[in-house]
Design a protein around this ligand. Structure first.
Ligand SMILES: [Fe+2]
Ligand SMILES: [Fe+2]
Length: 160
């Protein structure tokens, strides 16, 4: 991974994930297998993103800022649980080859929109401010070392 700012890397990942979800939505009533493949990438990618934040990024910010309990990262962690529930609701429909998950998708999009905005506007810039170049390199290294089993759980891996 590059030495780009945390805010750049994580915003790019938000955009990449948004595009995968859009691709799932656009394909699901045309080519379900193709849509499901996009969903698999989306789900494991979003799970990886959350693990990066909760296991690597947030603890570093909490350590350097001295803010943990009752701080913004606690709010983000709570929202991640809601995101996980929304994701699982869509996952169940995908597993049943049922494209009628519009409501579940909308709920997820609504939660993600404000969640990502808060991270991009407040948390990521703040993280970039409180870490040194050396610490940033260490964060990227720690993200790289997270085992795939932590996030690669989806219908697709069982299917293939
Ligand atoms: Fe997040
Ligand atoms: Fe994020």
């Amino acid at each position: 991974m590059s030495d780009a700012k945390i805010s750049i890397t994580f915003e790019q990942d938000h955009d990449r994930l948004d595009a995968l979800l859009t691709s799932f939505q656009q394909q699901k009533r045309i080519d379900f297998a193709k849509a499901a493949a996009a969903f698999v990438e989306f789900k494991s990618g979003l799970q990886r993103h959350i693990v990066w934040e909760e296991d690597v990024l947030f603890p570093k910010w909490e350590e350097n800022s001295g803010m943990a309990e009752g701080g913004p990262t606690q709010v983000m962690r709570t929202e991640h649980r809601i995101i996980g529930e929304c994701l699982e609701a869509i996952h169940q429909k995908v597993q049943a080859n049922n494209p009628d998950s519009d409501q579940e998708e909308q709920r997820l999009i609504d939660v993600l929109k404000t969640h990502n905005m808060k991270e991009e506007r407040i948390l990521y810039p703040s993280i970039d401010q409180v870490i040194s170049d050396q610490e940033r390199t260490e964060l990227y290294q720690a993200m790289k070392e997270i085992p795939e089993e932590r996030y690669r759980t989806c219908c697709g891996s069982e299917r293939s």
